[in-house]
Design a protein around this ligand. Structure first.
Ligand code: PLP
Length: 433
């Protein structure tokens, strides 16, 4: 009965809905009935342990009473009002909280609805700032390869030019500057030659560059790569030397995922502009924010037209702000740092055996992120159902099989996830010729 209902839902979906990075008729596809703690309950009655936190977002797991109650309570008072000319407690309290949590000097918050939009805002701020201070020729961005910043056009233009969508949309994208992916891994020393090409590009093009845009320490969807904090320090120093803004995309790294509260905290670096999203509401609502330094804020305000030219309709949505406040409070009250550290230790130990498999190119863990990189892309038609059979929800892409579970996951559940990863790769992934 339940199985039929699930199958019916999948069939209806396949007629009308479109899924992320999928052909119009998405397959394989699984219907979810509900989610509680670290488990998703499928419509056919099976339960799977969520190894993805719904793409980095559900850091506390699902159905957290404090977040559910905050949304319910706020919905009774006011679900939404426009933010143009109006303000309200949830938005103000959230901006105060974000400023208190952020690296020092990031003291102004622009709220938006999603990570991609928060990056559009960051890029637009950098460009408008350049104009405002009388440097309109600074209209390009410098980034590193292997990045991912979202799917809108401005964000897409700084995604990795190969794994991103540059080929498909070449004529519609601005041409930015790309340094190599930071080659020094997280635990490796960053030497002069690692930064050489980045340094050459920023010095040579300093008069054209409005900002450097990158993900601090953890590159997410562009390759799941962890790089050395010293690289980020070198980038900050070069930005200072060339008077170029540093935009940190903390949308995946923010709120403890990498073991520090923000990715930048690994290096003690303060960016000029910083975007957060994903885990901001604990995965309950869509919300993002762009934090801005005093200098950028004042510079922009002093120039023409003196206002920032952006304003989403659902900016500062009270339901989402209330969810974010509840989530941040939960984080405050939880021993997230020791939990994330324990997850890192367990992921490193339990994924290590994968290294022996002929399919596997690399295994790495940082914070509550575990990655197994294969030599060849997985076949999702085979691998996705195999993971569900194993009782876990893992969503690989390309050559990357990875997990970033909710912080509260129990040891045994995490072992289920890591065991499934090793077994599915062993049994269902192709051995290179
Ligand atoms: C997911 C992500 C984005 C885009 O966020 P959306 O909410 O999907 O628009 C941007 N940057 C990074 C680093 C991300 O991981």
């Amino acid at each position: 009965m339940a199985a039929e209902r699930g199958q019916d839902l999948v069939s209806r979906d396949q007629r009308v809905a479109w899924h992320p990075y999928a052909s119009p008729e998405c397959s394989p596809l699984f219907a979810v009935e509900s989610a509680q703690g670290v488990r998703l309950r499928l419509a056919d009655g099976r339960e799977v342990v969520d190894g993805m936190s719904s793409w980095w977002a559900a850091i506390h797991g699902y159905g957290q009473p404090a977040i559910v109650e905050a949304i319910r309570e706020q919905a009774g008072r006011m679900a939404h009002v426009m933010f143009g000319g109006l303000t309200h407690e949830p938005a103000v309290a959230l901006c105060e909280k974000l400023v208190a949590l952020a690296p020092p000097g990031l003291s102004r918050v622009f709220l938006s609805d999603s990570g991609s939009v928060a990056m559009e805002i960051a890029i637009k701020l950098a460009l408008q700032y350049a104009r405002a201070i009388g440097r309109p020729e600074r209209s390009r961005l410098l980034t590193v390869r292997g990045g991912y910043h979202g799917d809108t056009f401005g964000a897409m233009a700084v995604c990795d030019p190969v794994t991103g969508m540059h080929g498909l949309f070449r004529d519609a994208l601005p041409e930015h500057l790309f340094a190599p992916r930071p080659a020094c891994a997280y635990h490796e020393a960053c030497e002069a030659h690692h930064v050489e090409e980045f340094a050459r590009l920023i010095r040579e093009h300093r008069d054209e560059i409005a900002a450097v845009v990158l993900e601090p320490i953890v590159q997410g969807a562009g390759g799941m790569w962890f790089y050395a904090p010293d690289y980020l320090r070198a980038v900050r120093a070069l930005c200072d030397e060339c008077e170029v803004l540093l935009v940190a995309d903390e949308i995946a790294t923010g709120f403890g995922r990498s073991g520090e509260f923000f990715g930048c905290d690994h290096a003690g670096v303060v960016p000029d502009v910083m975007s957060v999203g994903k885990a901001l509401t604990g995965g309950a609502m869509s919300l993002a924010a762009t934090l801005v330094s005093d200098q950028v804020c004042a510079g922009l305000a002093a120039g023409e037209p003196g206002v920032f030219m952006h304003g989403p309709t659902f900016m500062g949505n009270p339901l989402a702000c209330a969810a974010a406040l509840a989530s941040l409070q939960l984080l405050d009250e939880s021993p997230w740092r020791s939990r994330v550290h324990a997850i890192e230790t367990q992921l490193a130990a339990e994924l290590a055996p994968c290294r022996e498999l002929p399919q596997v190119a690399d295994v790495r863990a940082l914070g509550a992120i575990g990655v197994v990189e294969l030599h060849e892309p997985v076949d999702m038609q085979v691998v996705q159902p195999a993971f569900v059979e194993e009782g876990v929800w893992i969503r690989p892409f390309g050559t990357l099989v990875y997990t970033m579970p909710p912080y509260g996951i129990e040891r045994a559940d995490l072992s289920l996830v890591t065991g499934a990863i090793c077994r599915v790769i062993d049994r269902h992934c192709r051995v290179p010729a």
